[in-house]
Each structure stands twice: as structure tokens, then as C-alpha cells.
Design a protein around this ligand. Structure first.
Ligand code: PHE
Length: 358
């Protein structure tokens, strides 16, 4: 057996025996690397007599080819084996149940949900969002809303007062969202079309009253605004919110110092067992107060009542939530009871939109 044949045999055997990619690479370098045995033979060709050069050259080349392709075959076999081993060890059992994530366990509080539903409806009607602080000046909460110092309405509000400042002025926890009307009219020019949801505070607590609750204020100011617009907006709102085509509403004459005329709105419902059905005139539930903005209020913020009119309304968010989702006790909203929240709460991914449903 010639030296070349022996070499070929040795290398092919070494390739066959290489059991991982790095030992295969060692064999490759040993044979075909720059200083490898086969490469040296090729380099030696130049020193051979020309008559031998051609046939020996062809023979070396053939061996080189054979070794190359053997390397190739073994390499892909080893790669496949390595891959199979990884697949084996990194296997995931996708039949295992999904671990519940915080997203699937968390619940949106019914008040947050209803808050979102209401703002979504008014956004669709073209209302912008406004807001104000929980700690208000006595001026914004009362005086500028046409409730002067000795007005009896101040007592009705069961106000939480802060200690008076040296100059005698007192701050309050806002008793309603109406001071946002004042802030908005002072900060922007008509036409105005805003809603302002938020927390309000009154010193009152029983089954239907909590010292903190939520309201949503609405305000529209323009040149030719009238009660018809107010009525239409509230009707559209109720249809969208209660998801019914027909709502029965009742506007009852009422009194608020900051609106004239004023009304309270009841909606009709009936009870089938424990379930509340909207419509009809069997029972009435008061859901909001509203009216045309009082000329004194317009004057207080520097608007000319002969040029501008507007309407305002204030609704209890908590009330609307109890009514829509049938939750009897208002206090449960703020008890922080996880079982209650799991029962009455909403999925985090269930975002209310007009198009997707509320
Ligand atoms: N602020 C009133 C309340 O808290 C509700 C209201 C708002 C009435 C706007 C009329 C206009 O009872």
C-alpha cells in the first residue's frame, strides 16, 4: 500500500471515529489545514520531476476530495446529533396548564370600570376631560357657584373643613365636582364641552352614603345652548350606558343654587326577582342633578350671561354602578374585600369601548 493510500485510510478512519465536532475539526486541520499532511503533499509537488507530477497530483487531489466529503458527511451527522440532543433536553411540555398570570387574576374595580364606561360615552359625544383637586378653596366649592356664606346649601353638604388660614380663608375637601366648572370656565373660553369625573367627600355614612364617593360633572357653554340640548345629551348617555334602545326618564323640577332652572333626573326600571330591568315606569331611581348654568355663576367667572348660556349636570358614579351591575350595598365598594372584588370586578383586558361594547 502506497504512503498516500495509508494516509487516506488513516484519515477516513479518524473521521469516522470523531465523536464530536471539535475532534472532527482536529482531524480536518491535521489533513487539510495549512500545515496538514495532505496540504504538504500538494506543496511538495513542485519539487517533483515533471513526468511524475501530473499523475501524483491527480492522486493527491482525489484523496483530498475523498477526505473533504467524508468530513462533510461526518460534520452534518454530528451536528444533527447535537441538535437532537438539545431538542431532547430542552423539551417543553406544552400540555401543562398555563400558570395564571397577574393579568388573569387581577380585577378592575366596578367603579373604575363604570368611570371608564361613562368617559368613553361622553368622549364619543365630543366632550373633553377636565379635572380639579380634591382639596378646594371655599370660593370654588361654594361662593363662585352662587352659594354665599350663609346659604343653607352649605349645611346640606356636610362639608369637611380644614383649619382656617390666618387670613380667615378655609379650604375644604370638595363636596361635589361642580368646582371644576369654575376652574374650566376661568381657564378657557367658550365654546366649552367637558366632563370631570372624580372623588368627592361628605361627612355622611350609612347604607346608601359613604364619606367618599364619586361624581361626574358635565358642562357645556355656548351661545345658543338650551334645555333641549341637555335633555338630548342625557338621553343619549343613558341609552349608551344602560345598553337599551328605550330609556324612560323623568325630569323633576328641583333646586341647585348654581343652576336655573334645575332638575333632577330619575330613570324608570322594574325588578324581576333580583334582576333590574331598565325601562317602564314601575319604579324610579334618581341618578343625577342638572340645569341651565345660573347667570350669577357665569358672571362670577367673567362671562356675559346675555351672550352665553350653558347647562351642567352631576351624576353619582357609584349610584350608576350599583344600578347597572346590581350591587346592593354601597359600602362594599370601599371595604376592600377580595372575594367581593373577584365576584363583581372586571377582567383587566375587558376595556370598555363604544365599538367593542361597554
Ligand atoms: N353638584 C350637584 C350635587 O352634588 C349636582 C349638580 C351638578 C347639579 C351640576 C346641577 C348641575 O348634588
Amino acid at each position: 500500500m502506497s504512503e498516500l493510500e495509508t494516509l487516506e485510510k488513516q484519515f477516513l478512519q479518524a473521521i469516522d471515529q470523531a465523536d464530536d465536532l471539535s475532534s472532527l475539526e482536529t482531524v480536518r486541520i491535521d489533513a487539510l489545514g495549512k500545515k496538514g499532511k495532505i496540504s504538504s503533499l500538494m506543496q511538495g509537488l513542485g519539487k517533483m520531476p515533471p513526468e511524475d507530477r501530473k499523475s501524483f497530483g491527480q492522486a493527491v487531489n482525489a484523496v483530498k476530495q475523498a477526505i473533504s466529503s467524508a468530513l462533510e458527511v461526518q460534520k452534518s451527522a454530528l451536528e444533527q446529533a447535537a441538535l437532537n440532543q438539545r431538542l431532547e433536553t430542552e423539551r417543553e411540555d406544552i400540555t401543562l396548564p398555563v400558570r395564571p398570570s397577574p393579568v388573569s387574576q387581577g380585577r378592575i374595580h366596578p367603579i373604575s370600570q363604570v368611570w371608564e364606561e361613562i368617559t368613553e360615552i361622553f368622549a364619543d359625544l365630543g366632550f373633553a376631560m377636565a379635572e380639579g383637586p380634591h382639596i378646594e378653596t371655599d370660593e370654588n366649592n361654594f361662593t363662585k357657584l352662587n352659594i354665599p356664606d350663609e346659604h343653607p346649601a352649605r349645611q346640606e353638604h356636610d362639608t369637611f373643613y380644614f383649619n382656617p388660614k390666618p387670613d380667615g380663608s378655609r379650604r375644604v375637601l370638595r363636596t361635589h365636582t361642580s368646582p371644576v366648572q369654575i376652574r374650566t370656565m376661568e381657564a378657557s373660553k367658550p365654546p366649552i364641552r367637558i366632563i370631570a369625573p372624580g372623588r368627592v367627600f361628605r361627612s355622611d355614612s350609612d347604607q346608601t352614603h359613604t364619606p367618599m364617593f364619586h361624581q361626574i360633572e358635565g358642562l357645556v357653554i355656548d351661545k345658543e345652548t338650551h334645555m333641549g340640548h341637555l335633555k338630548w345629551v342625557l338621553e343619549e348617555f343613558c341609552k349608551a350606558f344602560f345598553e337599551v334602545d328605550d330609556v324612560t326618564m323623568r325630569f323633576r323640577a328641583s333646586h341647585f343654587p348654581f343652576t336655573e332652572p334645575s332638575a333632577e333626573v330619575d330613570i324608570g326600571y322594574s325588578k324581576v326577582g333580583d334582576e333590574v330591568r331598565f325601562g317602564g315606569d314601575e319604579n324610579w331611581m334618581e341618578i343625577l342633578g342638572c340645569g341651565m348654568v345660573h347667570p350669577n355663576v357665569l358672571k362670577n367667572v367673567g362671562l356675559d350671561p346675555d351672550e352665553y348660556q350653558g347647562f351642567a349636570f352631576g351624576m353619582g358614579i357609584d349610584r350608576l354602578a350599583t344600578l347597572k351591575y346590581g350591587m346592593p350595598d354601597l359600602r362594599a365598594f370601599f371595604a376592600g374585600d377580595l372575594n367581593w372584588l373577584r365576584h363583581y370586578g372586571f377582567s383587566v383586558l375587558n376595556v370598555p369601548t363604544i365599538a367593542g361594547g361597554l
